[in-house]
Design a protein around this ligand. Structure first.
Ligand SMILES: NC(=O)c1ccc[n+]([C@@H]2O[C@H](COP(=O)([O-])OP(=O)(O)OC[C@H]3O[C@@H](n4cnc5c(N)ncnc54)[C@H](OP(=O)(O)O)[C@@H]3O)[C@@H](O)[C@H]2O)c1
Length: 302
């Protein structure tokens, strides 16, 4: 893709800046010379971001506000040219993000990149609570007429395989979800790299429509165990979670709503919906996605 950048010093409001993906995105944007304004409910949450970014070039700003508070959104958008829109799955997801889109439109924001749900949670409609919410936001975004890009990342390696390092530290057993599904996990660092391009590169040769982001191949826990065994020379194996362990994990959900969302994801992943591979990451970045082998190696070293 062309490296052309028609807006050399955009000021980008990043919602979710202090979260898992936002923390990866902010330094990347600053490295590219963008002025980043982090939107957070508590200024202290952005302190680590400011530290992380202190050796980089462009100024870093913080806007304290809440997606539930329209006045704070209006203040946050003053002087902003671009929006990166991300917020967590809550019952008010659609209302919160649509409020941000409306405030962006009022402020004359020129470009919006929305971090959406995984493609298989959104299409066809009616598959999941969060996918339907993301679909409503995508429709509201399209209706503004503002230049925009929707990112639909597959299951994130660092989130869905968050237990891998602890399991490998504890022994030689990886606990596999029911049905041993194959998943084309995407590394969160690749999502952040793609988000930078989506925000800063408005070249005409970009793939059209929502960008469905996946890793280079789909693996199941048997394959993850074989990779870990090969790297560590240990007898690592995959074993299905017992019904008790599964119930214990489900009970950790912070609310009944999230428990329902997670159950919907588990059913769709179990049916193989997250196994589809796309070439979007390579088309956008000009290099293949990060390899699952390298994530397993990092987990072993952690
Ligand atoms: N994990 C996956 O596999 C996956 C796959 C596809 C899509 N997604 C999407 O990824 C998104 C979650 O991303 P993430 O994991 O990076 O999020 P996250 O770590 O949960 O962070 C979300 C951030 O949003 C901010 N926030 C929460 N409520 C807010 C409010 N009312 N007003 C203003 N800011 C608020 C918080 O900042 P403060 O606390 O500092 O205010 C927090 O740092 C969801 O939309 C989900 O659908 C995830």
């Amino acid at each position: 893709m062309s490296a052309a950048n028609s807006n050399p010093a955009p000021r980008i409001l990043v919602t979710g800046a202090t979260g898992r993906l936002g923390r990866l995105l902010v330094p990347r944007l600053r490295e590219r010379g963008a002025v980043v304004r982090a939107f957070t409910r508590q200024v202290a949450n952005a302190a680590a971001l400011a530290d992380q970014s202190r050796h980089e070039r462009a100024p870093f700003e913080v806007a304290v506000g809440d997606l539930e508070d329209r006045a704070s959104l209006r203040r946050a958008f003053e002087g902003v040219s671009h929006l990166f829109l991300l917020s967590p799955i809550v019952p008010a997801l659609a209302a919160q993000q649509i409020a941000a889109i409306e405030a962006a439109a009022e402020a004359g924001v020129r470009r919006i990149v929305k971090l959406s749900g995984s493609h298989w949670t959104i299409e066809p409609p009616g598959r999941s609570l969060s996918g339907d919410a993301h679909a409503r936001i995508e429709a509201a975004l399209a209706a503004t007429g503002i230049a925009h890009r929707v990112l639909r990342p597959n299951a994130w390696t660092q989130v869905v395989l968050a237990r891998l390092a602890a399991e490998l530290a504890a022994g030689d057993v990886l606990h596999a979800p029911p049905g041993l599904p194959r998943v084309a996990y995407i590394d969160a660092r690749d999502i952040a790299d793609v988000a930078v391009e989506a925000l800063l590169d408005d070249a005409d040769d970009a793939p059209p429509g929502p960008w469905v982001l996946t890793g280079a191949r789909a693996v199941d826990h048997g394959e993850l165990a074989r990779i870990a065994a090969g790297l560590s020379a240990r007898p690592v194996v995959a074993e299905p979670l017992s019904p008790q362990e599964l119930a214990a994990r489900q009970a950790q959900a912070p609310s009944p709503y999230i428990a329902q969302v997670h159950a919907q994801f588990a059913a769709l992943i179990g049916a193989g919906e997250a196994a589809t591979v796309t070439d979007t990451v390579e088309r956008v970045l000009g290099r293949p996605p990060r390899r699952i082998e390298d994530f397993v190696a990092e987990s072993l070293a952690a």
